[in-house]
Design a binder for this molecule. Structure first.
Ligand code: FES
Length: 168
């Protein structure tokens, strides 16, 4: 069956479209809606976004492949985005990232075998003053040093899925 948006997603897209001057400008938020809807942005999902916004498919693919916040492959229930950009790196982000990898038994870019976590090495999360920073869904973990990783992972497990509300 071809992919389609739920009535709720269609309502959000129509509302989003009204808030932006043209379809190109609405592309980013609509990609977020699609990612929340389907869990990740498959080729089919990107084609659906292109059709829905009446944009060239190549434009939508270009946007979706440029930003690391869009996932082109299935991800775990919780996506951990650990910043290793300059401010965070200077405050030990790589120690935290290595600790996350060790605790989860995966490397950055991978998903745990139980599908619970995907770990992403991320660029700046706009929380430089509180480095090192990690985000899981809407929840920011600030000053995340290795000694606080276990506590953070425990909290992440109780958060709603990062994307793919149809899966929850
Ligand atoms: S450099 Fe990590 S949040 Fe900005």
């Amino acid at each position: 069956m071809p992919l389609s948006f739920s009535p709720e997603a269609q309502r959000k897209i129509a509302e989003t479209r009204r808030q932006y001057p043209n379809a190109q400008a609405a592309c980013l938020p609509v990609l977020h809606i699609a990612q929340d809807e389907f869990g990740y942005l498959s080729d089919e999902a990107l084609e659906l976004v292109a059709q829905t916004l009446n944009l060239p498919t190549a434009h939508v693919f270009g946007v979706a492949t440029f930003y690391t916040m869009y996932h082109r492959k299935p991800v775990g229930r919780h996506v951990l985005m650990m910043c290793t950009n300059v401010s965070c790196m200077l405050r030990g982000a790589y120690d935290t990232l290595r600790c996350l990898e060790e605790r989860l038994g995966i490397r950055a870019g991978q998903t745990t075998p139980d599908g619970e976590f995907t770990l992403v090495e991320e660029e700046c999360l706009a929380a430089c003053a509180d480095a090192p920073a990690m985000v899981c869904g809407q929840r920011y973990f600030l000053h995340l040093t290795p000694d606080r990783v276990d506590e953070a992972l425990q909290e992440c497990r109780s958060l709603p899925p990062t994307h793919g509300r149809r899966r929850s």
